[in-house]
Ligand binder design. Sequence first.
Ligand code: PMP
Length: 337
Amino acid sequence: MTIHNTLSELIGNTPLVRLNHVPQSLGVRASIVAKVEYFNPGSSSKDRIAERIIDAAERSGELRPGGVIVEPTSGNTGVGLALVAQQRGYRTIFTLPDKVSESKRAVLRAYGAEVVVTPTDAGPDDPRSYYQVAERLAKTIPGGWRPNQYDNPNGPLSHYYTTGPEIWEATDHKVTHFVAGIGTGGTISGTGKYLKEASDGAVKVIGSDPEGSIYSASDPAEVHQYNIEGVGEDFYPKAFDRNITDDIVKVNDAEAFEMTRRLAGEEGLLVGGSSGMAVASAVKYALANDLDESQLVVVLLPDSGRSYLEKIFDDDWMRAHGYGDVVERTTKPSLVA
Ligand code: PMP
């Protein structure tokens, strides 16, 4: 019998799958392989950090029985935290900017979390921002505790102890490049650190960043809003270790969304916009650096496309937001007049 006693046992050990069509159609010769994180029980890479962060807080005494977990999260971290929290009897409250889709909020509520929606255009210093609202709630609610995924070292550590070794073993130590989007920076910093150590520095770590985010901006004036969710920032979190990334490849919303729709339509991978962004960065990097057949590029795809059905996969939403040409390029001609 193979019966798992808890859902937590199913976190991690996600598969690597070769992309067989899209990179080739764009002239890429290197192998591009996806690490598909929607196979986690909460459907994203964030399950990995949730368990390690809660375990550590219980050990340190920061989180006690009856405690309330309060966090600003675009959704995925919330799902991971809510999954673990409900099993251990903690209440969860999440603050989200209003650009985050309604379906993501519904998922959090389904897991028993309370959701507070804040204006996207409120910057980190604005008292209405999702960071500041979370901070206030954690201080005023009895037993309130902030995991603080942006600064918590257990975020990157969870990737150092799980994602990194999984990739190293699954590729028989042949991985040459690792590409991941940067949100808190935990995924790229933890996984990248492990892969660099395991390969004596041979593995190149490439960050993927939305145009408008601080990580790839050469000037503060370049920082502006964008529609890709879960990645990019307007400040530098402690979870991001700048010394690990060798390069950062910038992708705009249209490029990310076109790749996201192609991954679903041509590779069978229904993934989110930050996944499309990461693959678009991998393709750009492979072409710009003339990577050949001997190179094995692993790209991490953080979550599922199911959370974006009413946005990236909705033609009307796409057209209304100025991505009509992406819709034309990624829609097969209809046989019905
Ligand atoms: N993609 C999505 C959809 C996310 O929710 C996140 C986490 N904010 C990331 C990518 C980036 O991961 P990290 O925070 O580890 O940099």
